[in-house]
Write a protein that binds this ligand. Structure first.
Ligand SMILES: C[S@@+](CC[C@H](N)C(=O)[O-])C[C@H]1O[C@@H](n2cnc3c(N)ncnc32)[C@H](O)[C@@H]1O
Length: 424
């Protein structure tokens, strides 16, 4: 039976508070919480609303907290703080003061642990509502948490991190990779063609409702994520190994380009999504669920999109800075180096390997390639000319560094690093 949407709006707000708690307190990412059933009881429109509200709060968390701080004499428990945060976000977004305050007071009253804070919730949100438009406009862009801000300032400097934060504060556009005709796709969906060949939609709405979704004439892929495969040029007739392949954006590009693709991923669940994406786009690849370290064979070309901190994808996943704390960096950096070394054993002499990560940290990008060149004297880095790639994005070891603040007037791009390594 289809669930009916909650007209008073309490159900999606309650689910939002549960998601915020899962991210901020339990350190879980939103997709994990949703896969575990966090939104299972909601009607589709309430599910969409809860996701949007959660993303809005997390994207603006620092700005919201700065606005609340002078109004709080003592920091209340996290569950109350999250209700206040959600209330501020909704008010800032133009929600009616009466409706937002009542809903938050009701949600806080409904739980034994928080019911004592219903007066405080009412008083604070009423006061916030009086001047929210001015107060919100006066706040500077939300800052990233320190565990991430510090290494980013060390890598890019304060001024550039501020530019990145400014892009992070905006809801990103949707980028598509066309299977065939780029101009036709842009025209049919009212998008623009980006200099590197992706199609960008400013306000896409529901992805599955867009024309061409069912026919598989395109797939969702950030413009930055679409570049690593473009670095290989014409792949028709080549055997290509996509070593960390799911959910498959790069596999689809390789298959659409006429390569014979072996797509490997360690995660069975993610491999299911990869197979679904291949089926929808009517493209072919040999999908294998395996640990990359157990793969053997020889390929003309390899794409290694190594597991990383994913810090480059934060504008699409604002839960990440609040769920993580940087404690995984060391393990990931070590794994990337070992995976790159193993991948190089799978490359035919004369073959090319694209190493890439969706990270904003040089230790997961530039430094990995610099160190690999030191470990393997038979390697060199190719620097192919790619339409739309700004020469300023080139790095000293020959790679390409992409950051969210590039193309900021058009909505930015994900942070990414990529380099083409040539063997022999
Ligand atoms: C950055 S994502 C890949 C995104 C993908 N290339 C795309 O374009 O859609 C990294 C992937 O590496 C996979 N992975 C992590 N450790 C792995 C391992 N040891 N062997 C194979 N795959 C692994 C993860 O399951 C995840 O799907």
């Amino acid at each position: 039976m289809a669930r009916r949407s909650d007209t008073a709006g309490l159900a999606p707000r309650k689910a939002t508070l549960a998601l915020l708690h899962g991210v901020i307190f339990d350190g879980q990412l939103m997709p994990e919480l949703i896969a575990a059933g966090a939104l299972a009881d909601l009607a589709p429109e309430d599910r969409a609303r809860a996701q949007r509200l959660t993303l809005d709060v997390l994207r603006n968390l620092d700005r919201i907290d700065r606005l609340l701080k002078p109004r709080l004499q003592k920091i209340p428990p996290l569950a109350v703080r999250n209700a206040l945060r959600l209330g501020v976000m909704e008010l800032a977004d133009g929600g009616s003061a009466h409706g937002v305050v009542n809903a938050m007071v009701e949600l806080v009253s409904a739980r034994k642990r928080t019911s004592a804070y219903k007066g405080l919730t009412n008083a604070i949100l009423r006061r916030v509502a009086e001047s929210i438009a001015d107060d919100w406009a006066k706040q500077a862009d939300p800052k990233l948490p320190n565990w991430l801000r510090q290494p980013m300032v060390a890598a890019w400097g304060r001024a550039d991190v501020a530019k990145i934060e400014s892009v992070q504060a905006q809801t990103p556009p949707l980028d598509l990779t066309p299977k065939q005709d780029t101009a036709e796709l842009a025209q049919s969906l009212g998008g623009i063609v980006l200099p590197t060949g992706s199609v960008r939609l400013a306000d896409a709405g529901q992805v599955t409702a867009l024309a061409g979704y069912d026919d598989g004439t395109w797939w969702v892929q950030d413009a930055a994520a679409a570049l690593p495969v473009r670095l290989l040029g014409d792949v028709a007739g080549l055997s290509v190994l996509d070593l960390c392949a799911a959910p498959g954006g790069k596999t689809l590009q390789l298959a659409a380009g006429g390569a014979t693709v072996t797509a490997v991923d360690v995660s069975e669940t993610r491999a299911v999504r990869l197979r679904e994406n291949l089926a929808r786009t009517q493209l072919r690849a040999d999908v294998q669920v395996s640990d990359a370290f157990l793969v053997s064979g020889q390929w003309d070309a390899i794409v290694l999109d190594a597991p990383c901190s994913a810090t480059g994808t934060m504008r699409r996943h604002p839960d990440l800075p609040w769920a993580k704390d940087g404690s995984e960096f060391g393990v990931l950096i070590d794994q990337q180096a070992r995976m790159l070394d193993h991948a190089l054993t799978l490359l035919k002499p004369g073959g090319r390997l694209v190493f890439c990560t969706c990270s904003l940290l040089p230790d997961e990008g530039e430094v990995q390639v610099e160190e690999a060149l030191e470990r393997h004297p038979d390697l060199r880095v190719d620097t192919p000319e790619i339409p739309g790639v700004d020469p300023a994005w080139r790095t000293s070891e020959g790679g390409i560094r992409l950051r969210p603040d590039y193309w900021s007037d058009q909505g930015g791009m994900d942070g990414f690093y990529m380099a083409v390594i040539h063997k022999g």
